[in-house]
Design a protein. Structure first.
Ligand code: EPU
Length: 430
């Protein structure tokens, strides 16, 4: 397995292009199953999660053509058909595999998928997705580890989500786009990726209003057409790089990111005394490094609150910020797996239930640590930039699920970081 080696680095300077959003790309790829016409998607990052979704679409019989020179993926779903033959390893490998459920159910009246896996961050039940399908008229059953849903037809309904789940909102939006009548999702998730999916579905001819608010109204149609679409920039990649600059210091321009998507993150960074300037092309971040940062309190919340996906990188920053900080994780019940790893590097953190109590230490020291999920992995990488000596991050495949060329982007800013392929030192990618 690959590892990443990070050395204590100089301050970061330069410019980075922000990649397309993983969490927008995955539902948008799944939504291509709602039509039999060609879809051309631009900006999809070629991450392992997106490539796994490509294989899932191919299992349904869709043709998927990647054109790296044009930065497009073309999906030709005309020969796609119902299948219950999605391998366990594939579905278990990415949580987002379940996002094809709504599209397949709406298109073929039946869908069957192995229970999905994904990041090691909590139980992650699917009850809200399934309640949504049932409300639209589907029968849902679980047998031999497979979830099956069938419906003679789907009929719009009013669906209240007990929690504004991103995936459930997306799955219901997709299924309802081909249902008869009107579906209203109340207490819907409002994340920017929901708006991006709604924009794509509307480009396919769907009629979705209110995406980005708590109430989404979907007027179903019999057929959707193909569409060309560019996915939104990845706000979590941008937020992670902002955290790296805040902690290590320097001045970096993040090109292509929409500051509107990062409001809670920008507000928190400014509170910690990081300078953030927004312009039409992106965001400038500038910081003197962790020595000059102020401690703070962070509580993760569904959008527009502070994103859970940036909790781990911010925990890294606060482990070196002089004073006491609090980080409260309210979205996932088990998302502090990076904390024992940061403690191996010398961080002083105590966990009490869903809260991390952090006492900033004067320095971290490089250690051998394990990426337990993708955001945890990125948090360890940015901690390594500020730790004395060398930090060796194992299980890098987690990072590759969600960060496109992270080490190359950091290298271009002056970070001392390299990937070691397998066990062979000579395979280092510079
Ligand atoms: N939940 C339920 N029942 C459900 C669905 C969710 O109880 O049926 C709970 C979950 O267990 C969790 C909370 O609701 O405690 C939030 O889950 P949500 O459904 O909103 O998350 P998701 O759709 O599974 C997406 C992202 C995650 C991101 C969350 C929250 C994708 C592919 N994944 O997951 O991204 O953390 O929304 O913003 O879009 C990541 O990129 O590292 C990542 C984990």
């Amino acid at each position: 397995m690959d590892k990443i080696l990070v050395k204590e680095s100089n301050k970061l300077f330069g410019e980075v292009n922000i990649s397309g959003s993983k969490n927008a790309s995955l539902p948008i790829l799944a939504a291509c199953l709602l039509t039999d016409e060609k879809c051309v998607l631009s900006g999809i990052p070629l991450l392992s999660d997106c490539l796994a979704m490509k294989v899932i679409l191919e299992r349904f019989g869709a043709k998927v053509i990647i054109n790296p020179l044009r930065d497009t993926i073309t999906i030709l779903p005309s020969e796609a058909a119902f299948t219950n033959d999605i391998p366990f390893e594939l579905a278990n490998g990415i949580r987002a595999s379940f996002l094809v459920m709504g599209a397949a159910l709406a298109r073929w009246g039946r869908a069957a998928l192995p229970m999905p896996g994904g990041c090691n961050i909590g139980l992650r039940p699917l009850d809200l997705h399934l309640k949504g399908f049932v409300a639209l008229g589907a029968n849902v059953d679980t047998m031999h580890g497979q979830i099956m849903a069938t419906a003679q037809y789907l009929m719009g309904d009013k669906i209240y989500l007990d929690f504004p789940s991103v995936g459930a909102t997306e799955n219901i939006m997709m299924a309802a786009s081909l249902a008869t009548g009107v579906t209203i999702i109340e207490n819907a998730a409002t994340e920017p990726e929901i708006v991006d999916l709604a924009n794509f579905l509307n480009a396919m001819g769907a009629n979705i209003r209110g995406a980005g608010t708590n109430t989404v109204k979907i007027t179903g149609d019999k057929k959707l057409n193909g569409a060309n679409y560019t996915v939104m920039p990845d706000r979590i990649e941008a937020g992670t790089l902002m955290a790296a600059v805040a902690m290590r210091g320097g001045k970096v321009f993040l090109r292509g990111i929409n500051a509107e998507h990062l409001k809670p993150v920008i507000a928190k960074l400014r509170e910690m005394s990081v300078e953030v300037m927004e312009d039409a092309q992106g965001i400038w971040v500038s910081s003197n490094g962790y020595e000059g940062l102020l401690p703070t309190e962070i509580k993760t919340m569904p959008h527009p609150g502070f994103p859970t996906d940036l909790q781990a990188p911010f925990t890294s920053i606060l482990s070196l910020t002089r004073g006491n900080s609090l980080v409260c994780e309210t979205v996932f019940e088990n998302r502090f797996m990076h904390v024992p790893e940061l403690m191996k590097m010398g961080a002083d953190i105590k966990i009490a239930s869903r809260t991390a109590l952090i006492e900033g230490v004067p320095h971290l020291s490089g250690a051998r640590v394990v990426a337990t999920d993708l955001r945890a992995g990125a948090a360890l990488v940015i901690a390594g930039l500020c730790a004395r000596g060398v930090t060796e991050v194992d299980n890098v495949y987690h990072i590759d699920r969600g960060y496109y060329k992270l080490e190359e982007k950091l290298q271009s800013l002056g970070a001392e970081i390299m990937r070691v392929r397998g066990e062979r030192q000579e395979d280092v990618v510079v």
